[in-house]
Design a protein around this ligand. Structure first.
Ligand SMILES: [Zn+2]
Length: 176
């Protein structure tokens, strides 16, 4: 699935412009959004992620942001989902898998995506401050690296962005 990545930094994700999300992908992103809610309920920035088998949608790993609870800078949603999927299948290679994550992965997670050979990455909202799939960097589609993931940006982006906005609005209201 890798190797055909028309997505470039700043490219519009409009329909028909390369790979798109199917019904299975959308249901997985809905699951990721529910996981983001779990993070928010714990006072964490609401980001959720699911890794699933691309062929049949079997969920292999899930995660949500737990950075504050775990006191762990690596406790990002997609990091946990990828590690969980590798444990589930007993392999570090996730070529046949897709990752749905509600926020554009950061450089650390984009690096893990490349190292885990994740076949497809679908994300919701762009992250202009840390995004490493197209906003600041395009690590997951960089031809200089030895793996490229198929990238679908902007999947249910508004739902994801709304959760993030309301979370931060709540923080400010509480003086946090
Ligand atoms: Zn990350």
């Amino acid at each position: 699935m890798s190797g055909t990545n028309p997505a470039t930094p700043g490219a519009a994700p409009g329909p028909g412009a390369g790979p798109s999300a199917g019904p299975l992908d959308l249901s997985m992103m809905a699951r990721a959004l529910a996981l983001a809610d779990q993070a928010a309920n714990l006072g964490e920035v609401p980001v959720g992620a699911v890794v699933y088998r691309t062929s049949d949608g079997t969920i292999l790993g899930e995660g949500f942001n737990r950075r504050e609870i775990n006191k762990d800078p690596a406790a990002h949603a997609e990091f946990a989902a990828i590690m969980g999927a590798c444990r589930a299948i007993g392999d570090w290679r996730l070529n046949g898998c897709s990752l749905a994550v509600t926020l554009e992965p950061c450089p650390m997670c984009a690096g893990l995506i490349v190292n885990a050979r994740v076949g497809r990455v679908l994300f919701g909202a762009d992250d202009p401050k840390a995004g490493a799939c197209r906003s600041l960097f395009a690590i997951t589609t960089d031809a200089r690296l030895n793996h490229r993931a198929e990238l679908v940006a902007g999947v249910m982006a508004e739902e994801s962005a709304t959760k993030l906005r309301s979370f931060f609005r709540g923080l400010r209201a509480r003086g946090g």
